[in-house]
Ligand binder design. Structure first.
Ligand SMILES: N[C@@H](CCC(=O)N[C@@H](CS)C(=O)NCC(=O)O)C(=O)O
Length: 211
């Protein structure tokens, strides 16, 4: 399986899941943003986004869906929750919540408040930072009685949501994290699998000239 990605992008969900699952992944590192710095990538992925997983005829461009695909490919793993098992619906819910509700507003904030300041839309960016902070309520409440989001154990839902929280450490929004979310992020980033994923991405990016 080939993963086209940029270090620390949403592709980190996939690199991290592969480490936790013990699955081999051929990392193809790209400079960020690929649409500007690796335009030849558009021939493979017209969106220009990362990550993109290529597994034979299978091509996927949604990080949370790729993580579920890897868990299913790994077979019987405690990182997944099988159909019919309690919290299966919660797993699906948090896999989508991770990107649609917790990552998306941060990307709007980053675009308008940090990257494109000349367009005069910083206020819109700041409003999306507030929007993100308000949306933390769902995991903050859930984590008040749990260490992990689903099934009383670490699962791919934690990888998907964990990346959304980790993103705050790179974009300046970590001060907005609520207490349970912050403690949860600390637990997740202390995992060996997470640390190995960071090192793998950095080493591959350096070796492939995409740092
Ligand atoms: N919903 C997609 C979003 C993919 C995405 O937008 N990735 C960002 C990096 S985190 C990207 O490629 N940005 C570059 C661009 O939009 O040109 C996912 O979860 O994988």
């Amino acid at each position: 399986m080939k993963l086209y990605t940029c270090a620390r992008s949403r592709g980190l969900r996939v690199t991290w899941a592969a480490e936790e699952l013990g699955l081999p992944l051929d990392l193809q590192m790209l400079p960020f943003p690929p649409r500007k710095r690796a335009p030849e990538y558009l021939a493979q992925n017209p969106l220009g986004t990362v990550p993109m997983l290529v597994d034979g005829e299978t091509v996927m461009t949604e990080s949370s869906a790729i993580v579920l695909y890897l868990a299913e490919r790994a077979g019987n793993t405690p990182l997944n929750i099988a159909p019919g098992e309690p919290d299966r619906a919660a797993l699906l819910d948090y896999l989508h919540h991770a990107d649609a509700t917790l990552t998306f507003p941060q990307t709007v904030y980053m675009r308008y408040a940090l990257f494109e300041q000349k367009r005069g839309l910083q206020e819109a960016g700041a409003l999306y930072a507030d929007w993100f902070a308000a949306r933390l309520v769902k995991i903050e409440t859930r984590l008040s009685t749990r260490e992990y989001l689903c099934a009383g154990r670490f699962t791919i839902a934690d990888i998907a949501v964990g990346y959304a929280l980790y993103l705050t450490t790179m974009n300046g929004l970590s001060e907005r994290l609520t207490p349970n979310a912050r403690a949860y992020l600390d637990r997740l980033t202390a995992r060996d699998g997470f640390k190995r994923a960071l090192v793998r991405e950095d080493e591959a990016a350096t070796a492939q000239g995409a740092a």
